[in-house]
Design a protein around this ligand. Structure first.
Ligand code: MFK
Length: 190
């Protein structure tokens, strides 16, 4: 298959004027393996049937994640489910926002382009970056390549994350959320 056309994307990105994303002074150094942000997270935690994603801080403020597609992730026989691929990108994009900016945020909008089928047994190499910041609005994008860092692009995604206070998690989720984040080795924002 030839390289997927960028023409599938017609709208500008980020969609509003933004400032360049300045990495937080405490952002992990390039080469750092990023720890699980919450041990019960479906994307990166030690959850049965979860995605078990692992991420590393790269050069040039890029975050590299890997998603190994197993039989538990199928939609059609032998192929990854698109919703789970979207989940993998939500995780990878969130990891880029959380680790680079160290600002607690949740996904407001997530857009995916599925360019090639992703087979069971393959590994998707996802590279994510923060594209811009406009107040509480944090824009990020990613692409996933099949089998290797320089493999064919199979999926692209972009997302708006919205910065929230920690009361977002304690009010809407678990009142002990802050403690639970702190029990994990590397949380969203200590
Ligand atoms: C190391 C860390 C690794 C972390 C990895 C985690 C990966 C997983 C991340 C997730 O999956 S988070 C879970 C899924 N997301 C949610 O549950 C969020 C649910 N939605 C909300 O809680 C609220 O809608 C939200 C906090 C996103 C926004 O509500 P707010 O009342 O705080 O803000 P508001 O609605 O005023 O929006 C703020 C700005 O964002 C804009 N906005 C919000 N949602 C939007 C949207 N969907 N599309 C476009 N713009 C949007 C909104 O227009 C506005 O723009 P302006 O400031 O210019 O007026």
């Amino acid at each position: 298959m030839s390289e997927a056309p960028r023409s599938r994307r017609s709208t500008p990105w980020p969609p509003v004027d933004t400032e360049s994303p300045a990495p937080h002074p405490d952002a992990p150094r390039p080469g750092t393996k990023l720890a699980v942000h919450y041990d019960q997270c479906f994307g990166c935690g030690d959850v049965e049937g979860g995605l078990h994603m692992r991420s590393t801080m790269g050069e040039h403020a890029l975050v590299h994640s890997q998603f190994a597609v197993t039989e538990a992730h199928q939609g059609a026989p032998g192929l990854a489910h698109g919703g789970l691929l979207a989940c993998a990108f939500d995780e990878a994009l969130g990891s880029a926002v959380g680790n680079l900016l160290r600002r607690p945020a949740v996904t407001g909008k997530l857009e995916t382009d599925f360019l090639r089928p992703v087979p069971v047994g393959s590994t998707l190499f996802i590279t994510a970056k923060v594209d811009g910041v406009a107040g509480r609005k944090l824009y990020a994008s990613a692409e996933g390549r099949l089998g290797a860092e320089d493999g064919s692009v199979a999926v692209r995604a972009r997302a708006l994350f919205v910065e929230v206070g920690f009361e977002h998690f304690t009010t809407h989720g678990d009142p002990d959320a802050l403690t639970k984040f702190r029990q994990t080795p590397d949380q969203i924002n200590p």
